[in-house]
Ligand binder design. Structure first.
Ligand SMILES: *Cc1c(COP(=O)(O)O)cnc(C)c1O
Length: 366
């Protein structure tokens, strides 16, 4: 367990907060912000209560408001589009690229209307969206770009780290993410001092001083206990990421010649931080069951694309609108992935997958 490997540092960090008594914002949060900004190579980081809050407040700081449209991917966690709706704006989905599962830039322009205010690409599974063409389109139409980097701590697009490419990038420190707190937490990073200042006001009721509120904001602050935990873990993040990448390479070596299985595509020259290791097969359901029986539990990210979620029916999309995302939703399978997986665990999992595809896979078509 990760906690046991860093127990002393975590315990002393938590003890420090319990004895100094500042639980919300304060010095610990400021220090984490400085350290996370340095890690992302951006001048500013602002800690907030969750990844969802980071997206919501970043969109607001970019001026997204009611009546606006924001272009994003239908193949993501619902928080991405919820943040758009929380601004009173409308999510507009654009089909994904079949190899990276991130938004297909060549299909963005057709979705732009006079109401479009921003593009919100999602760096899915730990790999960045194709940012250069996205930034070009944004400049051409005067749109803001907000990156959903909730799964991509430390990833880069060619030599540009996530967060330095666009107007603002949003991170989640939900416990299961590559950098996970012991509760909810998130942050934005940006090169833009106005966006940083605006998010800092929005997260704390628009407060400039104790009794002065410049704007109406929200209660979406980062707390000191989470900041203390994150400061400790941030020191290990680069080495944990290297382990994830090494684990992905091992999986690739063992799985790349399997029939009926596609291993993750990694754009050459970019760094993929493998929040998830996602394979693809027509036999997804049968494979998932076969692995489950052997005690190997896998996830599906995501079984239902957002445009087909009951919650978003009001947007008026139907089955068939985004066939590439819909097909991916039927076929993707997230194999166990973590920095602490051992070589023998990976061999075992890969062997179970290969075995299944050799035997049952050819017999069962679902
Ligand atoms: C986890 C996640 C979020 C939301 O983060 P929370 O901290 O859970 O609010 C948003 N977008 C994506 C792609 C995520 O994976």
């Amino acid at each position: 367990m990760q906690y046991l490997s860093i127990k002393e540092e975590i315990d002393s960090a938590i003890h420090r907060i319990l004895t100094n008594g500042t639980f919300i914002l304060g010095e610990e949060v400021s220090l984490f912000e400085q350290e996370f900004a340095a890690f992302c190579r951006t001048p500013y980081a602002i800690g907030v209560a969750s990844g969802t809050a980071a997206l919501h407040l970043a969109l607001r700081a970019c001026g997204v408001t009611s009546g606006d449209e924001v272009i994003t991917s239908p193949f993501t966690f619902i928080a991405t589009s919820e943040a758009i709706s929380q601004c009173g704006a409308k999510p507009v989905f654009v089909e994904i690229d079949p190899q990276t599962y991130t938004i297909d830039p060549s299909k963005i322009e057709a979705a732009i209307t006079t109401k479009t205010k921003a593009i919100l690409p999602v760096h899915l599974y730990g790999q960045t969206a194709d940012m250069s063409p996205i930034m070009e389109i944004a400049h051409k139409y005067g749109l803001k770009v907000i990156e959903d980097a909730a799964q991509a701590h430390g990833a880069s697009y060619y030599d540009q780290p996530v967060g330095t490419i666009s107007d603002v990038a949003c991170f989640s420190f939900f416990p299961g993410k590559n950098l996970g707190a012991y509760g909810d937490a998130g942050a934005i990073v940006t090169n833009n001092p106005d966006i940083a200042h605006h998010v800092a006001l929005l997260r704390n009721h628009g407060r400039s001083q104790k009794y002065e509120h410049l704007i109406e904001g929200f209660g979406e602050r980062l707390d000191a206990l989470q900041a203390a935990v994150l400061r400790v873990k941030l020191r290990y993040l680069a080495s944990w990421t290297t382990s994830r990448q090494q684990n992905a390479r091992r999986y690739n070596e063992l799985l790349s010649n399997s029939p009926d299985l596609t291993t993750p595509y990694c754009r050459l020259g970019t760094s993929h931080v493998y929040h998830l290791y996602v394979v693809r097969t027509r036999h997804r359901e049968a494979l998932r069951r076969a692995l489950d029986v052997q005690g190997i539990s896998c996830g599906i990210h995501y079984p239902v694309p957002l445009h087909l979620q009951p919650a978003l029916r009001y947007l008026g999309y139907t089955q068939g609108n985004f066939p590439i995302a819909e097909e991916a939703a039927q076929e993707v399978l997230s194999l166990p992935m973590d920095s602490s997986l051992t070589e023998s665990q990976i061999s075992l999992i890969a062997a179970a997958v290969v075995n299944f595809l050799r035997n049952d896979g050819s017999l069962q078509v679902n």
